[in-house]
Write a protein that binds this ligand. Structure first.
Ligand code: 5GP
Ligand code: ZN
Length: 111
């Protein structure tokens, strides 16, 4: 059995507030939101990080399409999408996930 927390969320073994789902992607609210809208979008299949996901173009495209479609569904026209890659920049869950953030102003470049 997988020990991956996001695989367990996708499988419904750990509860989450689901925001969006399709064949490739699953999206749920972050438990520690950094903006009014803070959604995590994950591929249903396990990939550790962005380079791992990029080895499967179909899954990578599926994740991006999921981000597009959930944003459209939720009426988000402006949003920030963040992939942390590696513990050195704060990746804590090694099932690749996009942070989709909206509802406040964001500085650029990010701090
Ligand atoms: P990372 O730092 O790896 O880019 O992001 C991991 C994110 O997952 C964090 O923002 C954290 O709040 C969120 N997170 C960790 N565990 C859980 C969980 O069990 N449920 C949900 N909904 N979010 C989680
Ligand atoms: Zn996983």
């Amino acid at each position: 059995m997988t020990e991956c927390v996001f695989c367990k969320i996708v499988a419904g073994e750990i509860p989450s507030t689901k925001v969006y789902e399709d064949d490739h992607a699953f999206a749920f609210a972050d438990t520690n939101p950094q903006a009014e809208t803070h959604v995590l979008v994950v591929p249903k299949k396990h990939y550790a990080d962005l380079p791992d996901l990029a080895n499967d173009p179909e899954a990578a495209a599926g994740l991006l399409a999921g981000i597009r479609d959930l944003a459209q569904e939720k009426g988000l026209s402006d949003f920030r999408t963040v992939f942390n890659t590696g513990a050195g920049v704060g990746q804590t869950v090694f099932h690749v996930h996009a942070h989709v953030l909206a509802g406040r102003s964001f500085g650029w470049p990010p701090g």
